[in-house]
Design a protein around this ligand. Structure first.
Ligand code: CTP
Ligand code: MG
Length: 221
């Protein structure tokens, strides 16, 4: 199977509040986007396309390996993935879509996603259980109901897809009123079942400064 990795790296990182776009922010001295590309490769992905913010295209190209394809992303994550998908080569059988914001994703997670695709799944996401008590609240913040936790999962990336299935689902989603927060929801909206494999806490997303501080502790020697 020939697998292309797409790294969504075109966000600005407002909640992190750094001077640089989030994907260029260093972790252990290396930009987040470089970590994300490396874990895809270490997990078995053959080639990588990265969607970046237009104004910083040169800065990204300067830090990424030469054989990584850089494309300009869009205003939403969905638009950025769509741009990278258009640039991904047609001979690929599988596409793994990953967030630059998950730099410490262990290659084993990537390998589990690839294995599920090889085994015949058209769509697969890494997931973790929900460990906290989870509730619904009303507009005033008053608890209205407990949510049974057992069937809940937190969804991570990379998310893996049969390439033709993902391209078709993105085609159908074009102009849809719904905002998609990940690629599995684009595919599910097209009626395709999405399978799950075990995620990993180390694949946590860096959203706020505290997340980056925790990641720095993980890479410190
Ligand atoms: N992303 C993207 N294109 C966008 C928006 C987001 O490629 N227009 C990417 C980000 O670069 C990130 C991933 O999608 O790797 C997950 O998004 P998020 O964590 O929300 O990152 P940002 O949008 O950059 O951060 P914020 O929402 O705090 O501004
Ligand atoms: Mg965002």
């Amino acid at each position: 199977m020939h697998a292309v990795g797409i790294v969504a790296a075109a966000g600005s990182g407002l909640r992190l509040g750094a001077e640089l776009p989030k994907a260029l922010v260093p972790l252990g001295g290396r930009p987040l986007v470089c970590w994300a590309v490396q874990s895809l490769r270490d997990g078995g992905v053959d080639e990588v396309v990265v969607a970046v913010p237009g104004p910083q295209q040169a800065a990204f190209a300067a830090v990424l390996p030469d054989d990584v394809q850089v494309v300009v992303g869009g205003d939403t994550r969905t638009a950025s993935v769509r741009a990278a998908l258009a640039a991904a080569r047609e001979h690929a059988d599988a596409v793994l879509v990953h967030d630059a914001a998950r730099p410490l994703t262990p290659p084993e997670v990537v390998a589990r996603v690839l294995a599920a695709l090889v085994a015949g799944a058209a769509a697969v996401v890494p997931v973790l259980p929900v460990v906290d008590t989870t509730v619904l609240v009303d507009a005033e913040g008053v608890v209205t109901a407990d949510v049974p936790r057992a069937p809940l999962r937190r969804v991570q990336t990379p998310q893996g897809f049969d390439r033709a299935t993902l391209v078709a689902a993105y085609g159908r989603a074009h102009g849809a009123a719904t905002e998609f927060t990940d690629d599995a929801s684009v595919v599910r909206a097209a009626g395709i079942p999405v399978h799950t494999v075990a995620g990993d806490e180390r694949a946590a997303k860096i959203t706020v400064a505290h997340d980056l501080a925790l990641a720095e502790l993980q890479v410190a020697r």
